[in-house]
Design a protein around this ligand. Structure first.
Ligand SMILES: Nc1ncnc2c1ncn2[C@@H]1O[C@H](COP(=O)(O)OP(=O)(O)O)[C@@H](O)[C@H]1O
Ligand SMILES: [Mg+2]
Length: 368
């Protein structure tokens, strides 16, 4: 299947992504509204007789629940909004909702018939404690996720620093030394010294050629490690350079296509997107045996999308991701993590024999 075919197949998916984006944008507002509704509902339940509101009395009759059980059940109904507020707004949201609900319950218990008040207060305390445990559990879960995200970020940043260091050393020491060797050989070989026979001169010139070839290879490696082109030329020309270099290196028809006006991306976004494109293209070069590679960049009002598609062998991304920790193959994971650092979404559509398409979509912040 050629690249047009592969991309044609994905067009529907990209349209789908557009609507996902809209959903993503409005999710925050919807969450807030649902939460407020939940809290109001909880207040209504706690202040009024929830048995009447939800037909709980017929449920209780069916389940042969006593009046007291029914009241406990009624009070437990406020836990979902508390859990939701914690998940959506962190421990502060959960804690706030909990305190609010507890205050309402205490007020109701205090207003109720005198003989029921102590029992109601006990129930209030029990439910509040359960809610508190919920909040603590949810908060610790989200903290754990944050810490994991932070660790990945630190690893990626450390990797970036290490790559810069290796590139600097290669550039300042290794490449310079090789140049000195090549120049020395050049001087010796071009010297009209009669003592040197033709064979030795030709050997010296071959060694010089090898040294210069190694310098070219090292330059490429340095560029991969520390993308100077990015700061020197800017994001799009640097990507163009990468695509051209790839075409030469792997004798593949590689192209870059721009759609629409390109936004100004932050330094961080440029570097991370560059690294993602680099890994995606490197994978295509190493594994895909593709005749064509197409990199497309396009942006909508508040998002920027980069797609790297190849017409090669394809693979099973789920299997690769499942096995990544065992096999130590981290390229795809690192693309995912870099996208996450930009708050974006990452998708691979690949099947054996049907090419691979990698889509990264990032939200554009005002600073980007
Ligand atoms: N474009 C591609 N075409 C075919 N196979 C691919 C492609 N990209 C990735 N793969 C497969 O996925 C595996 C994992 O890739 P990756 O996570 O980048 O690790 P690594 O590059 O270190 O092997 C590769 O070994 C290869 O089998
Ligand atoms: Mg790889």
């Amino acid at each position: 299947m050629d690249l047009r075919g592969i991309l044609g197949n994905r067009l529907g998916m990209l349209q789908g992504l557009k609507s996902q984006r809209r959903v993503h944008r409005s999710r925050g507002t919807v969450r807030r509204q649902v939460c407020v509704l939940g809290i109001l509902l909880a207040a209504a339940i706690l202040l009024r007789d929830a048995t009447a509101m939800f037909g709980l009395s017929s449920f209780a009759a069916g389940m042969s629940l006593s009046e007291a059980d029914l009241h406990s059940l009624e009070r437990l109904l406020f836990l979902p909004p508390v859990a939701y507020a914690t998940g959506a707004f962190g421990s502060r949201g959960g804690g706030g909702t909990l305190i609010f609900a507890a205050a309402v319950m205490i007020a109701r218990a205090a207003m109720g018939p005198t003989d029921q008040a102590p029992q109601s207060l006990l129930q209030t305390a029990g439910v509040t404690m359960t809610g508190g445990l919920f909040v603590l559990w949810l908060a610790s879960e989200s903290r754990r996720a944050d810490t994991a995200g932070g660790t990945v970020k630190q690893i990626l940043m450390a990797q970036e620093r290490e790559q810069q260091r290796i590139a600097r050393e290669l550039h300042d020491d290794t490449v310079q030394s090789l140049y000195v060797i090549a120049q020395g050989l050049d001087r010796v070989a071009s010297n009209d010294d009669e003592r040197m026979d033709a064979k030795t001169a030709s050997e010296l010139s071959k060694i010089r050629g090898t040294a210069l070839q190694t310098v070219t290879g090292l330059r490429r490696l340095i560029q991969d490690l520390r993308p100077h082109v990015l700061s020197d030329m800017g994001f799009v020309p640097a990507l163009e350079w990468m695509v051209d270099d790839h075409a030469k290196r792997y004798a593949t028809a590689a192209r870059l296509e721009l759609r629409g006006r390109l936004p100004v991306l932050s330094q961080k976004a440029q570097l991370l997107l560059w690294r993602i494109a680099q890994e995606a293209m490197r994978n295509s070069g190493k594994y895909a045996d593709a005749s064509e590679i197409l990199v497309t960049l396009d942006s909508a009002e508040s998002t920027f999308r980069m797609v790297v598609a190849d017409s090669g062998k394809g693979f099973d991304p789920r299997q690769v991701l499942r096995d990544s920790h065992r096999t130590g193959r981290m390229g795809i994971l690192s693309m995912q993590e870099r996208t996450a650092l930009l708050g974006g979404s990452f998708e691979i559509h690949a099947e054996p024999g049907k090419g691979s398409v990698i889509t990264v979509e990032i939200p554009l912040k005002p600073a980007d």
